[in-house]
Design a protein around this ligand. Structure first.
Ligand code: GLN
Length: 547
């Protein structure tokens, strides 16, 4: 059982969503986290995902978007990327909880006999396990604020155990320690040009029927929200007028904290908890970021060559990292989404060639591989700046190998197990693994950089740490041949056995990393490799040599 009065100093802010999914609950939670952090409080975040997968690691990106990887190798929901980027924190596996994990744990306990013959039920066994894991995050981090976001929409059958657990927690921890934010959507009726609050009222009623009354409503909309609508929501949902916050879609997500700041969201939450800000919020850095979006000096057009390009969420961290680096370099970013599978047939080639830089992101499986190789070939031959991430690095190696080994069949054994030149091959420790979940080389690993290389110029450090998610690796048998062809292994594991970064000599910027730098980029601290990539794009475009 959960200790009903745990000795916790944390305050809990719970986020639920109503009306439709994708209203921006994750962004709202992230932005509110930033507001609190700006006032000197420590903040952590946990996402509760109602699906039965243990984690999103095995899900198709079409189903779930990107899999975000943490330092400890946890494969998590993409919302954790927003939390980390907005609040500038590093989370761990306890920050993403799924129904699959909860059920797996409860069933394992039942099989061990831990329940002493009891009947195992959603209430109390599942809800107790959920509460235990939420409280664990508070206890292990000792954060001043624990933000907990429930995935899905109120009314979904599968999220009910999570909502019931939050209801119980409010009761056990007391109202003085818990605050509910409900994010909803205001539909726009074109014929009469008006916004409607009725779905919001219904979703609040639904929330009430499970015993939860929201303290704040974030009313999302694509259109300006009149005061009359806010008043109506306040009256019919019984939420104070000051706590009904309109959040109109903005072109740059990093302005959301400033929008919420204008509506005094943090003041309201702190007052509720009888807390005083520990420091004055300083938004100068964020304002600078937004200003460079409004008044860019350069334009950069980047071809993103991937196989899941129909769903931009599949590459959300890559997109954000490019954006951070572009903002930092005073450039306006335009991304051209090129389907690698189509590129194989020549479709999108002209579009790719019209771009100033090429980025090939990570991926799995055979489809679209030759398109990625074509992109790398074009970048190498035409000296177009190129950044390859994980698979994008592997394909850059395969492309060069086909030329320097004079073997058009050179490949990764992931795509051609019989290849005559397996330049990318399964890592030794991966050979006997058959399970699919959480079995790759995952999470943070150190990497030693070589002086005098583009990688070193970017990082200005001898040793770095980056997040990984892969099974395959550059085959050391081919290092010498690749080096002779102009490839430099500018980043390696400290024991020298694994190539972590490969780059080309005599090229403005052609670099691939076996890790995923995109996961560590922040709006105010763009990732060095992305910064260097965009810098070289600008330098090539403007004909200037790099500083
Ligand atoms: N499929 C490749 C591997 O497993 C690349 C993985 C990735 O791009 N994340 O090594």
């Amino acid at each position: 059982m959960v200790n009903p009065k745990p000795n916790l100093k944390s305050k809990f802010v719970f986020f639920t969503g109503g009306v439709i999914s994708s209203v921006g609950k994750g962004l709202t939670a992230s932005a509110i986290g930033r507001l609190l952090k700006e006032r000197g409080f420590s903040v952590t975040v946990q996402k509760l995902d109602p699906y039965l997968n243990v984690d999103p690691g095995t899900m198709s990106p079409y189903q779930h978007g990107e899999v975000f990887v943490l330092d400890d190798g946890a494969e998590t929901d993409l919302d954790l990327g927003h939390y980390e980027r907005f609040i500038d924190i590093r989370l761990n596996k306890a920050s993403n909880l799924t129904s699959g994990q909860i059920y797996a744990e409860v069933i394992a306990k039942e099989r061990r006999g831990d329940y002493l013959g009891g009947t195992i039920q959603v209430i109390p066994h599942i809800t107790d396990e959920i509460k235990r894991r939420i409280l664990y995050v508070a206890e292990s981090t000792q954060a001043d604020f624990v933000l907990v976001e429930v995935g899905g929409t109120v009314g979904d059958i599968e999220s009910q155990p999570f909502l019931e657990s939050l209801r119980q927690l409010r009761h056990e921890l007391g109202r003085e320690n818990t605050f509910f934010v409900h994010a909803t959507w205001l539909p726009h009726i074109g014929a009469t040009n008006e916004l409607k609050s009725k779905p919001t009222q219904h979703s609040v009623r639904e929330l009430r029927s499970i015993g939860i009354s929201p303290n704040m409503i974030i009313a999302r909309s694509d259109h300006p929200v009149q005061q009359s609508i806010l008043d109506k929501i306040s009256q019919f949902c019984d939420v104070e007028p000051a706590a009904v916050i309109p959040l109109v879609t903005v072109p740059l997500i990093y302005s959301v904290p400033l929008v919420l700041e204008d509506f005094k969201v943090a003041e309201y939450i702190l007052k509720y908890f009888h807390l005083k800000a520990r420091q004055k919020a300083d938004w100068s850095e964020w304002k600078r970021i937004i200003k460079s979006e409004e008044k860019p000096r350069y334009q950069v057009k980047i071809a993103l060559v991937g196989k899941y390009v129909e769903l931009h969420d599949a590459y959300i961290s890559v997109h954000e990292a490019l954006k951070h680096a572009a903002l930092f370099n005073n450039a306006q970013l335009e991304i051209r989404w090129i389907h690698s599978g189509e590129l194989e047939k020549g479709i999108g080639r002209e579009e790719m060639e019209s771009c100033d830089g090429i980025l090939v992101p990570g991926g799995f499986g055979h489809r679209g591989i030759e398109g990625k190789i074509l992109a790398a070939k074009y970048a190498r031959e035409h000296k177009v700046p190129y950044l390859g991430l994980c698979l994008g690095m592997q394909m850059m190696v395969v492309e060069l190998a086909r030329v320097c080994l004079n073997d058009p069949k050179a490949n990764s054994t992931e795509f051609d197990p019989q290849t005559t030149s397996p330049v990318i091959d399964l890592m030794l420790e991966q050979r006997h693994i058959t399970d699919k979940g959480g079995t790759m080389r995952l999470g943070l690993y150190p990497c030693k950089l070589t002086k005098g290389t583009a990688a070193y110029r970017a990082y200005q450090a001898d040793l770095i740490e980056e997040r990984h998610r892969h099974r395959y690796e550059l085959n050391n048998d081919y290092r010498a041949a690749l080096q002779q062809a102009g490839m430099v292994f500018s980043g390696q594991s400290p024991d020298g056995l694994l190539v972590e970064i490969a780059e080309l000599k005599d090229h403005p910027f052609m670099l691939g990393s076996q890790f995923h730098p995109e996961f560590l980029s922040r709006p105010n601290r763009p990732h060095p490799l992305f910064v260097e990539f965009i810098k070289s794009v600008i330098a090539e475009k403007t004909g200037k040599t790099q500083a």
